[in-house]
Design a protein around this ligand. Sequence first.
Ligand code: ATP
Length: 382
Amino acid sequence: MAGVTYKNINKVFGKDVKAVDNLNLEIKDGEFMVLVGPSGCGKTTALRMIAGLEESTSGDLMIGENRVNDVPPKDRDIAMVFQNYALYPHMTVYENIAFGLKLRELKGFIWSLTNGAESKRIKTDIDQRVKDAAQMLDIGHLLQRRPKELSGGQRQRVALGRAIVRKPKVFLMDEPLSNLDAKLRIQTRAELIRLHRRLGITTIYVTHDQVEAMTMGQRIAVMKDGLLQQCDSAENVYNKPANKFVAGFIGSPPMNFLDAKIVSESGGLFVDTGDFRLPLPKDHPAAAYAGKAVTLGIRPESIYDATMNNPIATTKENTIDATIDVIEPLGHEYVAYLKVGTHSFLASIDAGSKIKENSQAKFCLNLDALHIFDAETEQAVR
Ligand code: ATP
């Protein structure tokens, strides 16, 4: 096993498509790292560079202690699982998995299939590895079937089996679950997490799905326009987003952003939207923005129906009057579209609430979970 390090890595396609922009990122040995971001942000390109399928324009790519920029893909000791896994249709599941073995072992395997006097040791070793991988993925009973006799989820597991059996230093996964239906995706997500815990192989996983990133990544690297925005644990990316982009990308429904300004007066420090204002701790770094425009970020789940029993106490300072425009029931909660003056925003409200569309109600906000962003640079003020 080995870690992977990007050192000042750039990738420019043609003259001016900067797919990856000065990426510096260290993925620890044994870590599960998720690269996440919207379409076109450069995550696949970053992943393909590790595999050697894409050359970097500049910078150093390290696998373990070795600079691998000039090492051919086959010598990098990595295994890759794609969204469009291609299984060999004429081979059984067993043969498909065995076909993932490294060339040296594969030669032994093919020889063992065609030659009666095959080396017993190679055959036994391969057999054990295929069966171990199949058992881990719960496809042991499917080994003699052909891909057309499998469901989509089973096929994806065969593709994973083919990667596992190689015992690579690093796993690379590019949206491996996107072809699966929602239920299977959740199930396979958990299987991948268990598999990683068991094998402990450094895994770099690309997705555009922030839920997948949050649930799977030990750390999450959020990218936009080729630039790494933040790399941290799911908890920190959610609670302490580095900037407005990360704040809006992570979390569902997305964070509300409201134009506001910072007001400092004898009564204290406030963030003022013009329609309502909320107190900030006196020592909040936003004090440096007194009189200036900022963006106030409030997550929908930080807004509560003030008439209910909430994890936060309702006070005069944290309560606002809002008009309920639309309510979307989601079963366990409502997504409520609220309006206060010129401001519109979303709230995730417990489904026990009695709020009604086109009426007025009181909502309380978790003041400890407010986010302030510089209106120009969009960086978090904290
Ligand atoms: P997606 O989620 O849609 O796959 P991504 O975040 O993985 O997107 P990349 O596929 O890495 O993004 O692409 C990053 C940028 O590089 C995009 O602007 C894309 O159009 C461009 N790009 C990728 N591959 C090539 C190529 N072979 N030639 C030219 N431009 C490319």
